[in-house]
Design a protein around this ligand. Structure first.
Ligand SMILES: NC(=O)c1ccc[n+]([C@@H]2O[C@H](COP(=O)([O-])OP(=O)(O)OC[C@H]3O[C@@H](n4cnc5c(N)ncnc54)[C@H](O)[C@@H]3O)[C@@H](O)[C@H]2O)c1
Length: 327
């Protein structure tokens, strides 16, 4: 099956491309930039902007499905440039759905986020039937707009979108500003790990290759028109992340600094629906995922720190972003 992967050069998208290839599918990347992980001679690549409707429609030609990941995914970029975020995340998703409709493609998998549960009330764990509240964050607003467009295109035009709400991805190719990448870099440089607050705040991480498998499961017929959380049950605190990194990389001190406002409330999200309906389960523990991340950095020249600084651009961030780097 030929599958267009918007954002296929990105962190998650590059793993989706790998997984599609491994499963015998033919991925085609649509992205602003050339992938650092795929040779364009080996993986068909169309460079373009979502707002270029001609390029987008052309990129979808002969595809059976679209995995739509392209977005302004860094919450700090969203805050810095809300117009751009709205254009790419909200309108860009509408343009993807419209291009799919005009190309006769019914299956679109849309990348949403468990951030949509921010502010939601109800008994935890929260699941896909939880009533959502109006989003306080612009990033969430733009991602929810995309979810709503998926729903409208299903109702009006018979598209069969699948909405996938991702937990916090980690693993090889992760952005330099994510908490794991930051801790690994600092530990390998012999610097203390900086924790804001008491470090007891938790997140539901998902190892990126498990996530890619879940995204492919989202392409199966049973997922048509459905919404799924792709999360692990395991809750991981910042303290635990620090301990794992100290154990795997170097036993550097931990320094606690003043708390800052959290990016995301601590909510427990259920992944049960995806487990039951898609027969998908995250296989990789958080610790295993961190180990694989560290190993992936060491492949090039044996040292995490030099490889990290040379290979990761650091242009994007995720929740649990770690600042400052000055200690
Ligand atoms: N990383 C996370 O923490 C996380 C969590 C939940 C959901 N998501 C969602 O998953 C998706 C992928 O996230 P990621 O972490 O791989 O992000 P990423 O920033 O690594 O990748 C996004 C890709 O989209 C491309 N892109 C951006 N604007 C574009 C445009 N106008 N036209 C074409 N391509 C464009 C970028 O060049 C980049 O390669 C996003 O939709 C994001 O909102 C991410």
């Amino acid at each position: 099956m030929k599958v267009l992967v918007t954002g296929g050069a990105g962190f998650i998208g590059s793993h989706v491309v790998d997984r599609l290839q491994a499963c015998g599918h033919a991925p085609r990347i649509f992205d602003l930039v050339q992938s650092l992980h795929h040779d364009p001679d080996l993986v068909e690549t169309k460079l373009g902007d979502l707002s270029d409707t001609v390029a987008l429609a052309e990129a979808m030609r002969d595809c059976s499905a679209v995995v739509h990941l392209a977005a302004v995914s860094d919450v700090n970029d969203v805050v810095a440039n809300p117009d751009r975020a709205e254009l790419v995340n909200a309108r860009g998703t509408e343009l993807v759905l419209e291009a799919a409709r005009t190309n006769g493609i019914r299956r679109v998998v849309y990348a949403s986020t468990i951030w949509v549960y921010g502010g939601a009330t109800g008994v935890e764990p929260l699941d896909e039937s939880t009533l959502l509240t109006r989003p306080p964050h612009l990033y969430t607003a733009t991602k929810l707009a995309g979810e709503m467009y998926c729903h409208s295109y299903a109702e009006l035009y018979g598209l069969q979108p699948t909405v996938l709400r991702f937990g916090i991805p980690h693993g090889p190719r992760a952005r330099a500003t994510s908490v794991v990448a930051t801790f690994v870099r600092r530990a390998s440089d012999g610097k203390p790990l900086v924790i804001m607050g008491d470090g007891l705040q938790t997140r539901q991480f998902i190892y990126v290759e498990d996530l890619a498998a879940g995204i492919l499961a989202g392409l199966t017929p049973v997922a048509a028109g459905r919404t799924y959380n792709l999360v692990r049950d395991e809750l991981t605190s910042v303290r635990e992340i620090a301990e794992i990194v100290r154990d795997l990389v170097r036993d550097v001190p931990i320094v606690y600094t003043a708390e800052r406002q959290a990016d995301l409330e601590n909510r427990v999200i259920s992944g049960t629906r995806a487990w039951h309906e898609l027969d998908w389960r995250p296989r990789t523990s958080f610790r295993q995922g961190v180990r694989r991340y560290v190993e992936s950095l060491s492949v090039a020249d044996g040292t995490p720190s030099s490889t990290i600084s040379s290979r990761i651009s650091g242009s994007a961030a995720t929740v649990m972003r770690q600042e400052p780097e000055t200690l």
